[in-house]
Design a protein around this ligand. Sequence first.
Ligand SMILES: [Zn+2]
Length: 177
Amino acid sequence: MFNLLYIAGGIILYKMLQNNFPEKISEHITFAEAIKSNTAIKYGIKNMPNTGQLANMLRVAKYVFEPLRLHFGIPIRVNSFFRSKRLNSKLPFHSKTSQHMKGQAIDISSLNKAVSNADLFYYIKNHLDFDQLIWEFGTSKNPNWVHVSYVSSGKNRNQVLRSVIRNGKKIYIKFDL
Ligand SMILES: [Zn+2]
């Protein structure tokens, strides 16, 4: 019995040292949802950040997601956060320089009828520091989701864009709504 416990403990410790990942990225984002991707599952892609990418993710969560979550006080859906290079390449309309690959970008949407995706977008635009904020598709009233990235307070460009489909391609235009 003691031996079995000893072995089980050893395996758990080994796994922890091997992975060394936290259970949570921040108060309201679990590590599991930060790396979750149906496309990764479909193609059997291991979607794991390295320590540098993880550090970037912690900043996105701390400076963008949590302040937003705190302001609205409702659950916000994480559609996509970290994407390995291989996973990113499998996605339709993917950008070859996507900040998701660095752990610097997150895609979010509202789960609550009282708060729209547009509300999330405008709160970030008017109150938070960010690198890139994108109104993703949708209509002039509401985006399908919000893409936001964060690099560092010194490097953030505060760039606001809108994605649209032109001639079957995803392009980014200056935010004009
Ligand atoms: Zn995105």
